[in-house]
Ligand binder design. Sequence first.
Ligand code: UFG
Length: 335
Amino acid sequence: MEEKLMSILVVGGAGYIGSHMVKRLIEQGQEVVVVDNLSTGHRKAVDEKARFYEGDIRNHVFLKGVFDRENINTVVHFAAFSIVPESMEKPLKYFDNNTAGMVALLEEMRDHDVKRIIFSSTAATYGVPEKSPIEENDRQAPINPYGESKLMMEKIIRWADQAYGIKFVALRYFNVAGAYPDGSIGEDHGPETHLTPIILQVAAGQRDQLKIFGDDYNTPDGTNVRDYVHVLDLVDAHILAINYLKAGNDSDVFNLGSSTGFSVKQMVEAAREVTGEPIPAEIAERRPGDPDSLIAASQKARDVLQWQPQYDDVKEIIQTAWNWKQQHPRGYEDR
Ligand code: UFG
């Protein structure tokens, strides 16, 4: 069968990042199959041109059925739990869904001779960085079960490559934000824990104020510094990674960030400018497990994948999230 008629399987395609990937792939004329158990994703986030299967990748019978029925040649794997504080309380939930889920997926890929996977890793695999900006070969020493579960996924896939020739690209995301610029899909977690959507809930009058988790960190203004990357730039990197593997290149890992750090206070200020709303904020206790600063060295993705992020200004990133928020104040309930 011709390559064109083959499908890309997007696992976790109803989630925040996965749904943006699905929409972009469909815009590019790709055949897309989505698997999602809807534990955190939204059915309405999935483009209607994708073929959707509701189920869990740890359910062997279910997953085998999808691979039997569909003509899959590449897997893009987003399905995971990703809330750091929750992982501290419920580590086994993370090792089960994230790590064991990856094993189940790789088994099915092996059995169906599917040889390419792109998957979401994270800056959390580095733990407290030994230097900044963080490069791909820097020490990986996670300080929470979430980061550990993702590091284990990276290790498992290396051995699966060695044994079965399953080629992979692991993309270590920094802080993903923003939405489809037309406001059609965006970020909607329940409960929401991420900074940008929480700031915008305050801007929209749905929360009284933002709590800034600590202002005594070792950073210029004392609040945590993070590297914010637009979800569509991230999606573009996945598409480049698919092409990179299709061209016969070897498995590899890449950081995905903008290489610029913004503090929590700077993010609030940027959001005030974008929204024109006052966005009250107060300093609160530190949240456990937050490193002072996380900034990506992303030159490798730029050099090797030819990745060229389009959003280099956090205000533009926040603006796209604000478009989504204004069109869908209660997220997918309003879609
Ligand atoms: N923050 C606040 N107030 C809030 C929410 C967040 O001050 O109400 C701060 C956090 O302390 C942190 C920053 O805003 O300094 C960003 O917090 P997020 O929760 O948005 O993002 P994290 O940096 O904690 O986590 C993100 C991803 C994780 C991933 C991690 C990798 O959400 O999945 O980056 O570093 F593991």
